[in-house]
Structures are given as structure tokens and as C-alpha cells.
Design a protein around this ligand. Structure first.
Ligand SMILES: [Zn+2]
Ligand SMILES: [Zn+2]
Length: 325
């Protein structure tokens, strides 16, 4: 599209396209400008040039809000020991808002991974990534406290009731019918080990799934590949994972069937490497694949991001999601 066209002569679609192009350029250069601010602040360049503060400098030269300036300056301090994140900030590679989202979970070890994710993931997926990371830390702390029989923040004599309460809550979640509950109690009264009984049933279920999976995986290795996942595999995945996202503690419905090894590399749908995921975890999974499968996956990920409809608009019907890698 040519620039300099009088807006009045453009139809709605062309005017909208032009707004998007200019908007994108404005965001890009504003990001670059914000990246310079820590150095401007360090040199007190704003004073030398007659501005009363770095905030005044940023507002007058680029219309940047005080909040964005504070964010950039505080992140720059926070990232002193994390060179990859620091570079992403001062080079204006990504927005400070996105960097601020991951700052709380950033470590020297995960910083380069986070930079990669900040570049490709939309804000909503980044939030889920951060939430998962925090939940994982909490789970580890909880597992540690359970091992040492201590619930953090409570005195010794308060521990038992709190732990019992948590068990009751989990039992209520099962919503056992009166009939099943009565039968179990009856069996227990007869001296039958109810735990062993249920444990055996669960084990049988797992064995059935494992056998079926092995059979389907073998068939996949010889079958002619199709873009679409077979109904048999869809049923097996549904049997194993239900209709929710496969990520631990994610309560969202699964919207997509994800190939942990890209279909483009294997040309099959080996059920060992298929996972039902919600929209955000699917985007995150592709962000993680980038680290393993490189530039080729980068193209697929950006295609995926563009192709994804708004959250919740896909049904949980496996046939609709099975088309997406
Ligand atoms: Zn996928
Ligand atoms: Zn999820």
C-alpha cells in the first residue's frame, strides 16, 4: 500500500489496513525507544537536554507513560544478572509489558528460554506459562511440607485438622453415588481391602489403555499417513485424558490435539506423542518445541498463532481439533 494516500479516498478495508501497518510500526519504534531509557537515565541525559525528569523526557519525545518508564527502569535493574533478558529489554526486542509478566519467575537458568517465549507467545499464553511455573513451585513446596508433615504457616496442633479437611474436600469431589458408597462400606465391613480393590481396577484400566496404545502405535508405524487422526486414536486419547487439557492442574477443556513430535517430522499420529491441550497450553507447547525443532517449527508456530480462533470458540469435538499439529 502506498503511503501518502489521502485517507478520505480509501475504502474501509484499505483504511483499516493502513491503520494496522502504522500501528505496528508505532509499537515497534516505541519499544526501541523504551529500551534506550535505562541508558538515558544512567547518563541523566534528560537533565543535560533540559527535561525535568526521565518521565518528562519519555512523555514529550515519544508519548510514553510514566508507568511504562518505571517498568522499564525497574526491569533493567532486575535483569542485571540475566543477560539475555537484559538484552531483550535494552534492544527493544519485546515489549516491557510482556517482560514484566515473566520477571517474577525469571532465573539465570531459564532466562534464555523465557526470552524465546516472550517473543512468540501472546499475552494470554504467557500468563498461563507464568501461572504454571508458580504452581509447580507451590506444588514442590507442598510436597516437601507433606513429607515433613507440616502445613506451612500453621502451628503443630493445627496440622491434623487441616490435613483431614483437605482429604474430605478431595473425597467430596468424587461425588460417589449413595449406592456405590454403601457397597464400598459393605465390602469394607466384610473385611475386604477396598483400597486394594479400587487400586486393582485402576491398574486394569491403565493396562488396557497401554495395550491399546501399543497396538495403535504399531499400526501407525506401517499405515500410510493421513493428515487426520483416526477415530480409534481419538477415542483412546479421550479414554486416557477425559475431555480436559492434559497439563497438570489445568481445568480448561481440551481444544487441540497436539503432536509432541511435529507431524511434519514423523508423518504419523503415534498416540504416545499426542496430547489434548487447551488453547493456551497448545501455544506454549509449540513455543517449547521451538527450542528443539528450530526455525522450521518457528514458521509452524506463527502459522498456528494466526490460525487460532478466539478462546473457547472451538468445540471439544476431537475431530475438529485433530487437524491441528
Ligand atoms: Zn500442536
Ligand atoms: Zn491447559
Amino acid at each position: 500500500m502506498q503511503t501518502g494516500q489521502a485517507a478520505v479516498q480509501l475504502n474501509d478495508e484499505k483504511l483499516f489496513q493502513l491503520c494496522k501497518v502504522y500501528g505496528e510500526r508505532a509499537r515497534f519504534w516505541r519499544q526501541k525507544f523504551i529500551g534506550l531509557l535505562p541508558e538515558v537515565y544512567r547518563r541523566k541525559l534528560y537533565e543535560k537536554k533540559g527535561f525535568c525528569s526521565v518521565f518528562d523526557f519519555a512523555a514529550k519525545l515519544a508519548g510514553v507513560s510514566n508507568e511504562q518508564v518505571s517498568r522499564a527502569l525497574s526491569l533493567e535493574k532486575k535483569f542485571q544478572d540475566k543477560p539475555d533478558l537484559h538484552k531483550a529489554l535494552v534492544d527493544g526486542e519485546v515489549s516491557v509489558n510482556k517482560l514484566a509478566r515473566v520477571a517474577g519467575i525469571a532465573t539465570r537458568e531459564n532466562q534464555s528460554f523465557l526470552v524465546e517465549q516472550v517473543k512468540i507467545l501472546p499475552k494470554s499464553a504467557l500468563e498461563v506459562l507464568v501461572r504454571d511455573e508458580k504452581a509447580q513451585t507451590r506444588r514442590q513446596a507442598k510436597a516437601h511440607s507433606l513429607r515433613s508433615c507440616v502445613v506451612p504457616g500453621h502451628k503443630q496442633d493445627e496440622q491434623l485438622p487441616i490435613m483431614q479437611e483437605a482429604r474430605v474436600e478431595q473425597l467430596m469431589k468424587l461425588q460417589l453415588s449413595d449406592e456405590i458408597l454403601e457397597k464400598l462400606v459393605e465390602l469394607k465391613d466384610k473385611g475386604i481391602d477396598v483400597n486394594a480393590l479400587i487400586g486393582g481396577m485402576l491398574q486394569k484400566r491403565e493396562q488396557e489403555i497401554a495395550q491399546e496404545k501399543e497396538k495403535l502405535a504399531q499400526a501407525q508405524s506401517v499405515e500410510k499417513s493421513s493428515r487426520y487422526v483416526s477415530v480409534k486414536i481419538e477415542h483412546l486419547i479421550q479414554k486416557e485424558y477425559g475431555n480436559k487439557c492434559a497439563m497438570p492442574n489445568c481445568k480448561n477443556n481440551a481444544d487441540h490435539l497436539h503432536h509432541e513430535i511435529p507431524f511434519a517430522l514423523t508423518a504419523n499420529h503415534n498416540p504416545y506423542f499426542l496430547k489434548p491441550l487447551c488453547k493456551n497450553h497448545h501455544v506454549i507447547a509449540h513455543g517449547i518445541q521451538l527450542a528443539y525443532f528450530g526455525a522450521r517449527e518457528r514458521t509452524r508456530t506463527s502459522m498456528l498463532l494466526r490460525a487460532l480462533p478466539p478462546q473457547g470458540s472451538l468445540s471439544t469435538n476431537f475431530s475438529t481439533r485433530a487437524r491441528i499439529n
